[in-house]
Design a protein around this ligand. Structure first.
Ligand SMILES: Cc1cc2nc3c(=O)[nH]c(=O)nc-3n(C[C@H](O)[C@H](O)[C@H](O)COP(=O)(O)OP(=O)(O)OC[C@H]3O[C@@H](n4cnc5c(N)ncnc54)[C@H](O)[C@@H]3O)c2cc1C
Ligand SMILES: *[C@@H]1O[C@H](CO)[C@@H](O)[C@H](O)[C@H]1NC(C)=O
Ligand SMILES: *[C@@H]1O[C@H](CO)[C@@H](O)[C@H](O)[C@H]1NC(C)=O
Ligand SMILES: *[C@@H]1O[C@H](CO)[C@@H](O)[C@H](O)[C@H]1NC(C)=O
Ligand SMILES: *[C@@H]1O[C@H](CO)[C@@H](O)[C@H](O)[C@H]1NC(C)=O
Length: 472
């Protein structure tokens, strides 16, 4: 006998005879559960960082084993049921990790196991970085992961991964030794450089095109106390702030230093803020002094553990603000005074223009890295970036607004500002790119060819086309 909820869903749904959820519940082991609207697990499974990235699914599945992920994928493929795969739920594009079909939440893959002998850690795909850092910090090591609280290991690592540690060790994807991947035929395979070079390459940027990752084996690095945190300044200090920014970006060569420099606009005024980072308890003189000399209206910069630093970051969106959001990537070759002035011009243009569309925030984050950022892994070792010849900095435009009826306005603004500011022909970062960005702009023609051939081999029936994301 079918539970009443499944019957009701089957009758009220648009797909006559939809019974994917019940089939999954019938087939999986006791390690896995299926949840329906009304349960708190269903709510948590469907929740995303932004309301604009959430949808109402038929049911949610929390798989508890790789075998059950395989069974679930098999049923979804056979019944051609749309689905979403959620790691940390921080995708900013609508529908990339949400669905009106079956929401898969990976939370039960929460393993974090450090192996001192190999200097690697096995990290379950359902973790957020906060939890990973807390466990590894206690063992004096770290991995290359997210810079603020709440980000998922899976989406971040599958799309690229710009970290506080990237100047020292490269992108998150450069630090992957092995993937445990459930391919659409239901088999769990361990993918390494040696086992399947094309698939290993394709997973480094290719997101959810090849199946569902259940575990990542990541390189670990020694980690002690760090210095850094957030500081925000009044618009009246914009000249000093910009001078300090240009100086940091052109002069600092210490790979342990990092910054995110933000020019924003909200409630009729320009806002300036930074995140500073140093991989050590005390930054050498001269690196951050110019920023520290500007009177801040809010500042939380101190020495602490890596895990505490990440936990100290304040999310731009929380359940009570309820903002909708969108990101776009603005590849930038140099943070020169003139390039920063061009960003400020965009802030001063879009800020007032978008103010007529309800409460909103406009933020451009500059992310300076060293010129050797991409030399920590060999050329051709990853789908993203399409070239490792030189670095284009991943400037990020982030727009926040409240009303769903304004989605098009803000999506259009994110597209237009990136067209105006972005350097031509540079590899676009999948984790920041606005939906609709062609994959060839991320992976290049050669990369896309290799990824397509791999996708046809690993997913011949197009099961992964049933889930959102950038498709090769
Ligand atoms: C506040 C904020 C801060 C950020 N900071 C940074 C930063 O410092 N550096 C940086 O590089 N990026 C950053 N990002 C971008 C971030 O890398 C992406 O949003 C990333 O996709 C988040 O991963 P997630 O697991 O949380 O997302 P999700 O929304 O859960 O997933 C993102 C994508 O990955 C797929 N996916 C998830 N799990 C799996 C899996 N197990 N197998 C296969 N596919 C899967 C999903 O289907 C989806 O398409 C930030 C984003 C936000 C919102
Ligand atoms: C910032 O500006 C506000 C008013 O806009 C003022 O009250 C505050 O004192 C200023 N803070 C600093 C550090 O200048
Ligand atoms: C993270 O910060 C919050 C306060 O913002 C605190 O309540 C919590 O205990 C912190 N968690 C850790 C692991 O430090
Ligand atoms: C949500 O964010 C707003 C704005 O940053 C902040 O004022 C508020 O305290 C936050 N609420 C919670 C519950 O964190
Ligand atoms: C499933 O796909 C993987 C990867 O393409 C392959 O190695 C394996 O042989 C396939 N298994 C079956 C049963 O088809």
């Amino acid at each position: 006998m079918l539970p009443t909820t499944a019957l009701l869903l089957g009758l009220t749904g648009t797909t006559i005879g939809f019974h994917g959820c019940q089939l999954i519940a019938d087939e999986v082991s006791s390690a896995t559960d299926v949840y329906y609207p009304g349960s708190s697990s269903y709510i948590a499974d469907n929740e995303h960082y932004a309301t604009s990235s959430s949808q109402v699914s038929r049911c949610s599945v929390e798989p508890g084993s790789a075998e059950d992920v395989g069974i679930t994928l098999g049923i979804l493929g056979k019944t051609k049921t749309p689905f979403g795969i959620k790691g940390g739920g921080h995708a900013t594009n609508p529908g990339f990790s949400s669905t009106t079909g079956v929401q898969i939440a990976m939370t039960r893959f929460n393993e974090v196991t450090y192996d001192p002998a190999t200097q690697t850690a096995v990290i379950g795909a359902g973790n957020i970085w906060d939890d990973v850092y807390e466990i590894l910090d206690a063992q004096g090591v770290n991995v290359v992961g997210g810079r603020v609280t709440g980000i998922g290991v899976a989406g971040f690592t599958l799309g690229g991964g710009y970290s506080w540690l990237s100047n020292q060790y490269g992108l998150a994807l450069d630090n992957v030794v092995a993937y445990e991947l459930v391919v659409p035929n239901g088999t769990a395979v361990t993918v390494t450089e040696g086992s399947d070079p094309d698939l290993f390459f394709s997973l480094k940027g290719g997101g959810n095109n090849y199946g569902i990752v259940t575990r990542f084996t990541l390189k670990t690095h020694p980690q002690g106390a760090v210095w850094g945190g957030l500081a925000s300044y009044n618009a009246s200090y914009i000249s000093a702030f910009t001078a300090a920014s240009v100086k940091f970006c052109s002069e600092v060569t210490d790979p342990k230093a990092g910054m995110i420099i933000v020019y924003g606009y909200t409630s009729g005024q320009v806002i300036l803020s930074t995140q500073m980072f140093y991989d050590g308890p005390d930054p050498p003189d001269g690196i951050f002094d110019d920023f520290l000399a500007i009177p801040a209206f809010a500042q939380d910069v101190t020495t602490r553990s890596f895990s505490e630093l990440i936990n100290s970051t304040v999310p731009t969106i929380n359940a009570s603000t309820g903002y909708r959001t969108v990101y776009n990537h603005i590849p930038t070759l140099e943070y020169s005074a003139s390039n920063i002035e061009a960003v400020i011009d965009e802030v001063n243009f879009w800020g007032p223009v978008l103010s007529t569309h309800g409460p909103n925030v406009v933020a451009y984050s500059m992310e300076p890295f060293l010129p050797n950022l991409l030399t920590h892994a060999p050329a051709g070792s990853s789908a993203y970036p399409s070239s490792r010849d030189h670095v284009a900095f991943p400037t990020n435009v982030n727009l926040l607004w409240l009303s769903e009826s304004e989605d098009d306005t803000f999506h259009d603004a994110a597209r237009r500002t990136a067209e105006r500011l972005g350097a031509e022909g540079e590899s676009i970062y999948p984790n920041y790119a606005l939906y609709g960005t062609p994959v060839v702009d991320m992976f290049g023609e050669e990369g896309v060819k290799r990824m397509e051939a791999t996708r046809e081999r690993v997913d011949p029936h197009g099961v992964m086309m049933l889930t959102g994301g950038f498709k090769v």
